[in-house]
Structures are given as structure tokens and as C-alpha cells.
Design a protein around this ligand. Structure first.
Ligand code: URA
Length: 260
């Protein structure tokens, strides 16, 4: 009985085998297509899950790269935001875990139309408590440098790479810099300074996209988006190494000459 059944069904099995191979191929194609759509969907959701205006904060390149090809904002020229708009967009930012440990987000302060912008690393304890950049010991030294330039803190703009304090003032992590950098980009776009002074390694490396040591970078102008950028030692470094003040003053004098 069994044998008869097998014999009778044999042609059917052959057909079925062929059919199965075809179906497998078809299913594989379908799965690949689904994986492709899923990837595009996840990429666009990564943007859409955030407030819409984050699209603007991420910069044109990212916008092009992460939106579906038929998205109406694809390839659009991004509008420039004002500093107030950038601050509004940051809101109660939760883009990285530093948000959970902060007392205040430290956006930056000074002249929204400053010729000179100082960019530091990240808020410390005093800055986190007051919500203002460079107000601790290193900040007081920066204020003295600004005064020596015959300027006031209100003439320049002061901000940081990170807007929230890393715990224990540890170094910023690459992913924190990546999350926060769009804000700085938009701040600099809004201010359009003539000169940027990058204070310390993290500011210089982030803005110049390099890992050349600050000892090599300092002492000459570089370019950030067509803006002159002078890297120099961080005031906190000067507190530990007062001997380096002479070099910082040389860098500052070059800035003063360029602004004059
Ligand atoms: N150090 C920084 O880099 N930024 C501040 O705001 C304070 C200290």
C-alpha cells in the first residue's frame, strides 16, 4: 500500500521539489526586499522620532543621507536658525545620557553677533550649577584673557562642544560629542563669527576633524567652514601649567591682530 502510494505520488514530489526551490528563491527575494525597506524605514525613523526640527540641526549632508529618496526635504538647502531658535530646538535635550546627570544645560552666552567665539570642552561643576559657560576657576582665567584683549564677555560669545557636564568632569565620549555637535554647528552658523578660538584638545579636534596634537595645532590659524580658527590651550590646562600662558598669549595676540 505504502509502495503504491509513493509510486503514484512520485511525479508530484518532483513537481513539488521544483516548486519549493522556486518558492524559496521567491521568498529570499521578498526577504531581501523587506530588509531593504526596513533599513530605509529605520533610517528615516531615527530622524522622525526626534522633533522635526532636528532634521535642520543635523546638517544638509545628514539630511540627504538619512531621508528616503522621495522625501520632500531631500536635497533642500537648510535654513539658518537664530541662536534663540537653536536654544528652543535643544529644549530639554535627552539625546545622550549626560542629560540625566545635569542640573542645567549650558547653551552658551555672549554677543549673538560676536566677531570672536570661544569654544571650550564641556561644563564643569560650577557651569552645571549656574547654567553658564566658563564661570568656574578656568572660566575666571578665560575672563582675564578676554579683559587683556580689551574686550568683555559681552563682546564675544562663549560656548562648549558639550552642553551638559560629564560626570566627575571626565573627558567627553565620542558618542556624546556626536550627539551634541549639531547644536554647536548651528550656533556657529547663527553667529557667523570672523574668528573661532578653540580652547583645548576636544574643541580643536572636534571643529577641525583631526587628531593632530594641540601642541602642533596651536600658534597658527586653521579654517572651519571658511572661518579662521585658532586652537590654543584650555584655561584649565593653564591653571595646571602656568608656563604655557606665554604661548596662549601669543595665540591671543594673533587673534587680536586678525580682528583689528
Ligand atoms: N571648561 C570648559 O571647557 N567649559 C566650561 O564651560 C568650563 C570649563
Amino acid at each position: 500500500m505504502k509502495g503504491v502510494e509513493i509510486k503514484t505520488l512520485e511525479p508530484y514530489f518532483h513537481i513539488k521539489k521544483g516548486f519549493m526551490a522556486e518558492a524559496r528563491e521567491e521568498m529570499r527575494g521578498e526577504l531581501l526586499k523587506m530588509a531593504g525597506s526596513l533599513k530605509t524605514f529605520i533610517q528615516s525613523q531615527r530622524e522622525f522620532c526626534r522633533p522635526l526640527s532636528f532634521l535642520y540641526l543635523k546638517g544638509e549632508e545628514t539630511l540627504k543621507g538619512s531621508l528616503p529618496p522621495d522625501h520632500p526635504q531631500n536635497g533642500q538647502k537648510l535654513p539658518s536658525l537664530t541662536l534663540e531658535e537653536v536654544r528652543r530646538e535643544i529644549g530639554d535635550c535627552q539625546m545622550c545620557p549626560l542629560s540625566r546627570g545635569r542640573t542645567n544645560l549650558v547653551f552658551g552666552e555672549g554677543n549673538p553677533r560676536a566677531d570672536l567665539v570661544f569654544v571650550g570642552e564641556a561644563p564643569g561643576e560650577d557651569e552645571d550649577r549656574q547654567g553658564r559657560p566658563f564661570v568656574g576657576r578656568a572660566g575666571q582665567l578665560l575672563t582675564r584673557i578676554i579683559t587683556a584683549m580689551k574686550l568683555t564677555r559681552k563682546d564675544v560669545y562663549i560656548c562648549n562642544i558639550l552642553k551638559c557636564r560629564p560626570p566627575g568632569n571626565r573627558n567627553p565620549k565620542p558618542e556624546e560629542i556626536e550627539a551634541c555637535e549639531p547644536f554647536l554647528i548651528r550656533q556657529l552658523e547663527a553667529i557667523k563669527p570672523r574668528i573661532i578660538c578653540a580652547l583645548g584638545t576636544f574643541a580643536a579636534h572636534t571643529l577641525l576633524q583631526t587628531d593632530v596634537p594641540i601642541t602642533v595645532l596651536r600658534g597658527k590659524f586653521h579654517a572651519y567652514q571658511g572661518i579662521k580658527l585658532m586652537p590654543t590651550y584650555h584655561p584649565a590646562y593653564l591653571l595646571r601649567n602656568p608656563g604655557a600662558k606665554k604661548q596662549v598669549w601669543e595665540d591671543i595676540k594673533m587673534i587680536m591682530e586678525a580682528i583689528a
